[in-house]
Every structure is written in structure tokens, then in C-alpha cells.
Design a protein around this ligand. Sequence first.
Ligand code: ADP
Ligand code: MG
Length: 254
Amino acid sequence: MALLELKNVSLIYHSHDGETEALSDISLEVASGEFVAIVGPSGCGKTTLLSILAGLIAPSDGEVLVKGRPVGEARNVTALMPQRDQLFEWRSIYRNVLLGPEIKRNKDKEICAYADELLTKYGLGEFRKKRPSELSGGMRQRAALIRTLVTKPELLLLDEPFSALDFQTRLTVCDDVERIIREEGKTAVLVTHDISEAISMSDKVVVLSSRPACVEKIYDITLDKSIPPLKRREQKSFPVYFRSIWKDMEAPNE
Ligand code: ADP
Ligand code: MG
């Protein structure tokens, strides 16, 4: 059974000036342990789709199942990492990482130990007491990821997590984030408008059309996953995927 299943999901926003159709008949499956990237042009409905996967908004039509049950019933299975790192400057890195458990009032010894373990394992042990502004962009992103991991979700939802970073940092953070997610054995859905990022990090790329988003195509990425994403960009089939997805995204929406 797939960890995540979307069946014919559509979404229409209703507002004062009328209706906006954001998603149209989207069906998709994500297997446990899979890393799925979703690409699509800006404004096509990617954040909307992630919000639905996170159970934050209900689809107008269709259903979303997590482990075979409606997404609303699947508490603590998924965690959403937002577009900006949203670390709070008045808290230390350690206390930022423990923000979720603190709000949910389930911060216990075990969670604190796990937070410590992750921070140390991923090179932030010495920065526990620092404030976010004392860290580089890449480190902040790692801290934000650790904050998402601390509640032990099975499924991570990442919304353009690298968009605030400069190009160079972005490349190394992609490597970091991909490695951490795979090492921790998580399932991930990454939304991005960056085709190279999608191909280099994932097992599967889902290409969305422009708004209202529907699934244009799905690619199985057969690059060598034993090497880091940045290195995967040098593999022969990388530009082949790139050109093909580029074309899909150029295609007019019918
Ligand atoms: P993306 O993340 O791909 O850039 P979004 O999912 O944020 O796209 O938005 C898709 C479309 O839905 C856009 O046209 C946007 O203006 C519209 N939209 C997003 N959120 C709302 C909302 N809360 N109410 C009305 N329209 C919205
Ligand atoms: Mg968005």
C-alpha cells in the first residue's frame, strides 16, 4: 500500500472576486521511502497541493489517503517544512528545534535527546546555543529540517525549501537535505520550480501543468542514487531528463 494516495483531487478557491481553480483532477501515489519531487511553473498550485497533503486545506473534490486512511485522521505522520526557514531570532537553535514539541506540550527527555542527537549528527552540535542570525543560510536550513524531523514524521513535505538561498549555498544544501532525509529513512515530497533540483534529488519527478495544475507527466529517475545530488547532475541521462521536463513545462495548457 502506498504511504500517500491522491485520488482525483481538485481544488477551487472561493473569494470575493470569484473563483480560482487551482488544482484539477490530480491523482498520485507516493510509496514509503520514496523521494518525490513536484515541479511546475510559478503560481500553478504547488503550495496548494502541499497544503492539501498536509491536511491543512480540504480538497473541493477527490480524496487524500495517508496509509489508507483520510489525511485528517493521520496525525503526526506528516510534517511540513515551509518555504522560509521561520526560525525565531529570540530563541536559540536548540529551542527553535524543540518549538513544535513545546507547543504541543509533549517535550520530554526522549525528544530532547533526539534533538541533541540530530543536531550533533548533522554538524550543528556546537551551534545549539547560537541565535539563527549567527548561522549561515545553509545551516539555518539544516536547523529548520531538524526541527521538522524532531517529531519523527514518516512523510516530509517540503515547499521550495531552498528558494531563499543563493545559488552556491543552494547546491550544497540540496546535498545536505537529501542525505539527511535518506539517512533518516523518510519519505519526502519536495515542491520546487527548479527542474535540476527536482531531477538531482528525487526518485520520481511529477510535472504539473500551469494553473489549474494537473499532472502533465511522471518520470522515474534512474540516476545513481548512491552519489550526492550535485554529482548526479554530471550523469549522462541528467540533461536528457532536463530537456524533456523543460519541454513539458513549456507546453501550453489545454
Ligand atoms: P504555487 O505554489 O505553485 O506558486 P499556489 O498554490 O500558491 O501556487 O497558488 C495557486 C493559485 O491559487 C494562484 O493563482 C494563487 O493566486 C491562488 N491562491 C493561492 N492561495 C489562495 C487563497 N487562499 N485564496 C485564493 N486564491 C489563492
Ligand atoms: Mg508556492
